[in-house]
Structures are given as structure tokens and as C-alpha cells.
Design a protein around this ligand. Structure first.
Ligand code: GTP
Ligand code: MG
Length: 262
């Protein structure tokens, strides 16, 4: 057997093990009624800053908690904990993504039924997290205005396994001559119908629309855990939809590859 063949077999085994663990997690989340939202992006796109706002803003009315993955340090967990929500850091050492087993271990001792939302910030990476299901109900891919509008075209896999996209750091858009229409076109080219939100964690721009989306997502998911919120035509559009940019079809008709794992 060649070393290449062996490498492929080991990788397939790891992915299969992860799928089994992710399926078990998804069952636990469903039984507990906790809506699990994962965040993926390149390093520094603004996941933690965005999540700090989400935890703070949702925390008043909903029961929220977060896990955050990094190769090293507990910096992000400290930042997120300022919101008052329970937070745990997962340090992965040399591993460039979170795996379902890591999530399961990090949840030990937490009563999931006491939560409405559990957020999982993945390691900053637009490649590896795409292939590791974490049992989440909703996967969010973030890209900042400073990264360039071509990211969906260059990293299609992460956009194809995510359910919704968020553009961050809108307050910097003018300074970097961000072309919103080009990004929208590129997202739609890779993932027709994908919902796209524009936000700034710094100014709070777009956060109300995003929080409305999350709340309606929780309600839709609890009513039917097999559904993804952006696929639910009954999910109300936020009153102020200026920050919610939907595809030309208005609602998404493309199912998530991960949805088949439920
Ligand atoms: N101007 C501006 N800066 C932001 C915004 N969001 C994040 N930043 C800055 O961008 C940098 C990275 O933000 P983080 O939230 O740490 O990014 P991250 O994606 O969590 O980074 P990793 O966890 O290391 O992958 C920090 O200096 C933030 O202050 C924003 O909305 N506007
Ligand atoms: Mg972070």
C-alpha cells in the first residue's frame, strides 16, 4: 500500500468518526432544545467581536453560552465571558479546526436543557472546518470587508457547507473600497439563494436584523428540528431588512450538505 493510499484511508476514518460523534451531538442538542450556531471564518475576520455583541444583546432575553476554539490561548474565551454568558475555551494544539469530540468534551458538566442558544466559534480557518460537522443546526460563514470580495470563489467549500453568510467590519467598508455588489454576486455564484447579512461589531450596524434572524431560527428549529431557518418560508423577514441581503430567489432553495446528516 502506498503512503498516499494510507493517508487517504486515515483521513476517511477520521471523518467517519467525526460524523458519528456529530450525529450523537445533534441528537443531544435536539433533545435539549438548544439551537447550536457555529461560526467559521479566516483568522481575524471578527468572529469573537461579533459574538461578544450577540451574547450581550441576546443574553437579556435568551439563555446563551459559547465554546471557542483556538490553537492556543484563552484570550477569546476571556473576551466572550465579559458578556456574562458561560464560556469555555477549547485549545486544539496543532489542529486547525474543531471536531465533534472536542465539542462533546467541552460540554461536560453543562446542562444543555438550560440553554436556548449555544454558539461555537471555530478556529480561524476557511478550509479545514468545512469538512467537520459539529452537530450544529446553523453554520455561519463570516468574511470581513478587508479580505476582498473574491473569498467565496476561492473557498467555495466553506460557503457550500454553511447556511448563512455574514459580512463583518462594515464600518471599514469605505476605507478599503469594499464592493458589496461584487461580494453578493460571488456568494450567489457559489451558493445561489444564500442569505447574507452585513454587520459591524464596532457600531452595531445590522445587529438587529441578525438577532431577529436568530430568534426566528430558534423558533422554526424548535417547531421542526429538521428544518434550517433560512429554508423556512414562514420565517418572518426582519422589519428593517436593509442589512439582510437575500439571493435573487428571495429564499434559499439549496439544502445544506450537512442537513442530510440529521
Ligand atoms: N473596525 C472594526 N474592527 C473589528 C470589527 N470586528 C472585529 N474587529 C477587529 O478585528 C480584529 C480581529 O477581530 P476578532 O474578533 O478577534 O476576530 P476573530 O475572527 O475572532 O479572530 P480569530 O479568533 O483569531 O480567528 C480585532 O482587532 C477586532 O477589534 C468591526 O466590526 N469593526
Ligand atoms: Mg476569535
Amino acid at each position: 500500500m502506498s503512503s498516499t493510499t494510507r493517508l487517504v484511508e486515515v483521513r476517511q476514518h477520521v471523518l467517519k468518526q467525526n460524523d458519528i460523534a456529530a450525529r450523537a451531538l445533534r441528537g443531544r442538542f435536539r433533545d435539549a432544545g438548544v439551537f447550536v450556531v457555529s461560526l467559521v471564518s479566516s483568522p481575524g475576520a471578527g468572529k469573537t467581536a461579533f459574538l461578544e455583541r450577540v451574547l450581550t444583546d441576546l443574553g437579556g432575553r435568551s439563555r446563551v453560552a459559547a465554546l471557542v476554539g483556538d490553537l492556543a490561548t484563552d484570550n477569546d474565551a476571556r473576551r466572550l465571558a465579559r458578556s456574562g454568558a458561560p464560556v469555555r475555551q477549547i485549545t486544539t494544539g496543532t489542529v486547525c479546526h474543531l471536531e465533534a469530540e472536542m465539542v462533546a468534551r467541552a460540554l461536560e458538566g453543562w446542562e444543555l436543557a438550560d440553554l436556548d442558544f449555544l454558539f461555537v466559534e471555530n478556529v480561524g480557518n476557511l478550509v479545514c472546518p468545512a469538512t467537520f460537522d459539529l452537530g450544529e443546526a446553523l453554520r455561519v460563514v463570516l468574511c470581513s470587508v478587508t479580505e476582498g470580495e473574491d473569498k467565496p470563489l476561492k473557498y467555495p467549500t466553506i460557503f457550500n457547507t454553511a447556511d448563512v453568510a455574514v459580512v463583518t467590519k462594515l464600518d471599514l467598508a469605505a476605507a478599503v473600497e469594499f464592493d458589496a455588489a461584487a461580494l453578493r454576486r460571488n456568494v450567489q455564484a457559489v451558493r445561489p439563494g444564500m442569505d447574507l447579512f452585513e454587520v459591524s461589531a464596532k457600531t452595531g450596524h445590522g445587529m438587529d436584523s441578525w438577532l431577529d434572524f436568530l430568534r426566528s431560527g430558534l423558533a422554526a428549529w424548535r417547531a421542526d428540528p429538521g428544518s434550517l431557518p433560512h429554508l423556512d418560508p414562514a420565517a418572518p423577514m426582519p422589519a428593517d431588512n436593509s442589512s439582510r441581503l437575500v439571493g435573487s430567489s428571495g429564499t434559499s432553495t439549496v439544502s445544506s450538505p450537512r442537513a442530510s446528516l440529521t
